[in-house]
Write a protein that binds this ligand. Sequence first.
Ligand code: FDA
Length: 585
Amino acid sequence: MTDISTDVLIIGTGPAGSATAALLSSYGIENMAINRYRWLANSPRAHITNQRTMEVLRDLGRDVEDEAYMHASHQDLMGENIFCTSLAGEEIGRMKSWGNHPLSKAEHQLSSPTLMNDLPQTFMEPLLFKTACSRGTQARMSTQYVSHEQDADGVTTTCLDRLTGMEVTIRSKYLVGADGSNSLVAEHADLPFEGKMGVGGSMNILFRADLSQYVAHRPSVLYWVMQPGADVGGIGMGLVRMVRPWNEWLIVWGYDINQPAPEVDAELATSVARQLIGDPDLDIELLSANTWTVNNMYATHMQKDRVFIMGDAAHRHPPSNGLGSNTSIQDGFNLAWKLAAVLKGQANESLLKSYSEERAPVAKQIVTRANQSIGETGPIFEALGMGAGVDPEVMAENLSALCHGTPEAETQRKAIQDTIAFKKYEFDAHGVEMNQRYKSSAIEADGQPEPAFEKDAELHYQPTTWPGARLPHCCVFDKVNGAKHSTLDLCGKGKFTILTGIGGEAWKSAAEVIAADLGLDLAVHIIGPRQAYIDHTGDWARANEISDSGCVLVRPDHHIAWRAATLSTDPTADLQRVFKQILGK
Ligand code: FDA
């Protein structure tokens, strides 16, 4: 018997599920999110929060964005990744990370109105979940997904109410599996995966201790420690991660995946902490400890008819590059507006297939990148003569040898500097975070060739209005009060938006016809002198790659659906053709 019904049922209230719920509720779509536990993340796993994710939060509202900054450690504090023999020991080298190199900082500032920051998952999840529930999401905690069956009209999901032990069935039009890396929804939907789970073993040790004396003079979120065992399992090296400056920490330390997972009790946790910090008398307040596995697996397809998977359910990888929660939230930004458009009758169900077309390549890209980053730590060990494992005596000798005035020592010093600098592919890979360009049935490029990347596409974001790319951020100014707005702020919020200029007024009347035909909320902004928004700096004119009378059609997720170089002879017919292609109507 069906007890409950909703339009979209979301399994999981992690970053993926809570973000999707918050977006759907903001778009006025009835949805329900369930979680098998009574509350949200109990440990601060994800923390690096990139600009693209902050744009999603900003789209949810400036209050949501501001609250994230309020809880986060500021980008400046994310500082430099430190490589050392222990926090109290010798520093081997460091690299400016997370947009803190002045050149990288400039690229960040030019790319987005938002700031990268360090927001532990224990703050991000409640923020997204609260936003969802306050806007209409029905949340059911202590409710465990068991199975689902779909038919032509919807999905019937069977759950276990863990408080009563009773079975609950929930009928929905669509089901979203945001149930993490052991996703049962993905398994039951029989979705295809490539790669391997459990390629390495790791333990997390969360504790409180004031470590200011070791770190406050060299702020960072990540302190990498090279010690015996640091090259076994884990994420490339021993890691002491700042959770709250400078008195809450998370250690990530590897174990051999071919051996049984160790039991991380207080004794083991304290000894690992003392060893990595380099203080044999350190007292820690242990908050929690657990083991987890490094995975290297991604879904090659993320939809089975009315069932979708997202987040770790679809991409399973180590935390290197800090992409997991970020990509999970961005999956939600891609799917939520599409579900809303279909449920509101504005789009045909064919729109939904673009979700997997667009996000499955991203899943593959980030899983590959994160695992590659672990491998790229190896050369630092080799540069220090540690190719065959870390031997403390050999390491001490090699570190001493670095001080010699010999050509060999100079070569080795350079090798260490180069291998650490190369870690920018993990710690300053702005292109990986921002360069997502979609190719799908929900994009109409009209055969225009994709612009080649002029710099390394993993390191540098390259703005373009080529259809499929994210709308470039430029500041434009309010005619009435001079206030500065990002072009991204003129778009989104669940709506399609047309940006045009002087001479493009006919796009506005064409848009009114389309909006009335499809029942769409379609915004049009004319940017130019004495218009509502003025491009005083000329930045938008330089970035938009169209003439003033042309237009850029932006999807609710800020990605460009289509563009016209100039005003066409029949703007209404053009928009009708494009919307038919995208929305199937
Ligand atoms: P997540 O696993 O978070 O949530 C799954 C949800 O589904 C939970 O609510 C769970 O209770 C629920 N669930 C599961 N099975 C269920 C069932 N049968 N019934 C009901 N509910 C069920 N990422 C990042 O972007 N930046 C970073 O810096 C880091 N750093 C980092 C460090 C460390 C040490 C780790 C281990 C991980 C990271 N990550 C990260 C990765 C990040 O934590 C991860 O990618 C996200 O939590 C994934 O979010 P999801 O919502 O997809 O799954």
